[in-house]
Design a protein around this ligand. Sequence first.
Ligand code: TEU
Ligand code: CA
Length: 576
Amino acid sequence: SPQTPWWKNASIYQIYPASYKDSNGDGIGDLPGTIAKLDYIQSLGVDAIWLCPMYDSPQYDMGYDISNYEDVYAPYGTVADVETLIAACHDRGMRILLDLVINHTSHEHAWFKESRVSKNSPKRDWYIWRPARYESGARIPPNNWSSIFGGSAWEWDEDSQEYYLHLFAVQQPDLNWENAETRAAVYESAMEFWLRKGIDGFRVDTVNMYSKDQSFCDAPVVDPEHEWQPAWSLFCNGPRIHEFLREMGQILLKYNAVTVGELPNTRHFADVLEYVSAKEQQLSMVFQFDIVDIGQGTGLRFNTVPRDWTLSDLRERIARTQKLSDGTTDGWSTTFLENHDQARCISRWGSEKTPELWQRSAKMLAMLVVSLSGTLYIYQGQEVGMVNAPTEWDISEYKDLDSINYYEFVKKKTGNNPVALAKAKAALAHLARDHARLPMQWDASPNAGFTSETAKPWMRVHDNYPTLNVKRQDLDPTSVLNFWRTLLRVRHENMKLFAQGVFTDTDPSNEAVFIYEKGSDDGKLIVALNFTGEKQSVNLAGHLGGASYKILVNNYEEEPLDALQAYEGRIYFVEK
Ligand code: TEU
Ligand code: CA
């Protein structure tokens, strides 16, 4: 077989610049801070970093609202700092991906400012403008679509007397991809400007939303209680999306750049495959949402309302997504449990009840994500087992516009009903995007070494930093951090099994312990993970069969074949 490209075997570390490391004491993480931590990042054993948006932005959505693709948000640094970061990564043999946010710009982008001047503006058609409808004389938006962050997806522009579309915040108008001139400008400004500087690729934001159904018809009413309806089927995976991505793919090809596209609301195997099939030349790989959506609600406010889940749900979603990377097609995907939009995985799927259970479950979940096929993504802080913000924190500690909009919506809808508000707060304490955005915990000094001791960090530092921090774990050979280092090394040494092996669920009716196999020509892995806080009996002897085997990684001392302790995990290698 042809040589495996670097990115298929890679482990990639995601950095959220605002919360990683502050170098100048203004309470906001920055590029010089990130550069100062590259030796630490390299010590993890990762191959590349993905840097979240560092572009110029009014920061309504933490930089996912870009006002200038060719400049850097001043508190983060300068274009020269990015150039230094690129060189510093390359000096260490690491690669670097930037975030590519081109479904929308900021409302403060020069293109949008020009577009909104009048209906005759030469850039009018660069965004999506539609006239109002009228109902009993009252002005209403062109359709019933809900914004992903709540409210109507349309905003009235008083000056030019039309609505513009914003699938996300009001401050994030959607670009009109139907216009070829707009696409060319996006490719030049957002992509080639940075590709010429030597970056290795992009994480591509909301990659399946560029082609909207041009009828802009109403979405089916799924939630009659709400004025605005989710319209995923009318703006995800639209009629021209693959044509657009093939066009974009030609530019990426010129630079040999890798891409990982974010692919929400796409469940069917064939639909996903079309994005990542090598012969399509669209994207290298995608982030599927199947796994991280576990335990989240459906419909409106999908992100924020928890629901119960079972191990069968997880198992089924893993089996579904693993098929993309097991070598049976020319596609490829990813394995991840966290990113900047997700609450911490230990708080969702592990346990924080005791320090003991925290540590066991942190390692068990690490074994899960590392042993799955696809390119591995690790989110900052995951390597030390960071957890959600304490449940008792006041709602004012939440800074994400999605969280704030949701809480305000519940307030308004229920007339400040205290029971409803307590429920909304509990939902946010479990699933809000804010949890991933708490400052990185470097050491036990005030402010956790994230910023100077006297500064006020932009988000409150977690109360647990005196015991949960990088410095402490670095010195402890049994820590979560050093466990991650071991796992990443073992994965690298056994790529055919870890990153490319064929996944088989070998105990499909077990609701407590997840046992699966990863097969290859060289033998197989047997992975056994106890998802409960109690001891569970198992028949590992049966799973291991008669062949010779050895333990590659585990998180307890004893290895009896008939039981797993609370959140115990083991990865065995079994010879052919
Ligand atoms: O997220 C896209 C997206 O689909 C999100 O709504 C996602 O479903 C949600 O955040 C999960 O909790 C991307 C970025 O990752 C996110 O940070 C941005 O806010 C969004 O695009 C808009 O650019
Ligand atoms: Ca700073």
